[in-house]
Write a protein that binds this ligand. Structure first.
Ligand code: NAP
Length: 288
């Protein structure tokens, strides 16, 4: 049984207990999520700090770099502590321009799962998300062939649990009819609340919702309401944004990204901020 002093406590993803405060490794790659980091030692230090501070959920993808964040994770943390769970994604490649072309045909998915196993130095992947849609967001369309391919790899023992990412509610339901879905990883934050209904529905089913871009991603969250609430609480807007997500629903798991160990510490401390009902009502006006 994992106990943690990290804000939010823990959540069970399938059979895996993780801290609700996790870490997203995407920002460790070079500019545009391509190539190596400018500060390699700094990147390794961020990963080691995350584990030292008790984080047991790290999000990555072979597409970050490509392969850069997986290799950094392996270098920094292998052999992995038993409690650590590394979540990866398949379904997109990288092109020369840094684009993210879909790669969801069965052969590409199989190749990507094996590439993740190899670069992370694992025999089994704890959790693999099928990334859907494109850079503009979810796109409708059947996920059956792609999700069945992953379910097959799961039956072969290469994957413990499955999730979907950048998905519509219909695609989540279609995937759930094929195999259990333990998490949905979509874009969501104080200002971008398209998934409000989906989050509540998943909470009712005991399925985790993992917002990507919790701090706004490449364009930091900016809102006069957020700045006002943060100033009143003598906190940073980032702290308020993370604390709000933890309060929003118990099935929300955080994977904020940073390339800085100092920011990581700041974010952990900030997410513990206590928000009053009045703060919540005010913050609710941002994304509605
Ligand atoms: N499924 C998908 O399609 C998908 C898409 C995008 C991302 N993701 C995952 O989601 C994770 C989170 O998204 P994200 O990292 O792109 O965006 P994010 O967490 O919303 O924001 C990260 C940005 O915030 C900055 N930041 C973080 N803490 C800060 C602090 N205390 N003070 C000032 N700036 C701070 C970081 O800069 P510094 O480096 O300077 O701290 C970085 O630029 C990713 O790492 C990735 O694992 C998934």
């Amino acid at each position: 049984m994992l106990t943690t002093s990290l804000p939010g406590g823990t959540w069970t993803l399938g059979g895996l207990t993780v801290t609700r405060f996790g870490y997203g490794a995407m920002q460790l790659a070079g500019p545009g999520v391509m190539g190596p980091p400018a500060d390699r030692d700094g990147a390794l230090a961020v990963l080691r700090t995350a584990v030292e501070l008790g984080i047991t959920h790290i999000d990555t993808s072979a597409a970050y770099g490509p392969l850069v964040t997986n290799e950094l994770i392996r270098e920094a943390l292998h052999p992995y502590p038993e409690a650590l769970h590394i979540v990866t994604k398949v379904g997109a490649n990288r092109d020369q321009q840094g684009g993210w072309p879909p790669a969801r045909d069965p052969e590409s998915l199989r190749r990507s799962v094996h590439k993740n196993l190899e670069t992370l130095g694992l025999d089994v992947l704890d959790l693999v998300n099928l990334r859907l849609g494109d850079a503009t967001g979810p796109r409708p369309g059947s996920v059956a062939e792609a999700f069945e391919t992953l379910a097959d790899l799961q039956r072969q023992g290469l994957i413990r649990h499955l999730g979907v990412s950048n998905a519509t509610a219909e695609q989540v339901a279609e995937a759930q009819a094929i195999a259990p879905v333990v998490c949905v990883q979509n874009m969501y934050n104080l200002a971008h609340r398209r998934d409000d209904e989906l989050i509540d529905a998943l909470a009712g089913q005991g399925v985790a919702y993992v917002p990507f871009f919790p701090l706004g991603g490449f364009s930091p969250l900016q809102s006069s309401v957020l700045s006002r609430v943060a100033a009143r609480l003598e906190a940073t807007p980032m702290s308020v944004a993370l604390a709000w997500l933890l309060r929003r629903s118990p099935n929300i798991l955080l994977i904020p990204g940073t390339s800085s160990a100092a920011h990581l510490r700041e974010n952990i401390a900030g997410a513990a901020l206590s928000l009053s009902d009045d703060d919540l009502v005010e913050l609710d006006t941002i994304g509605r």
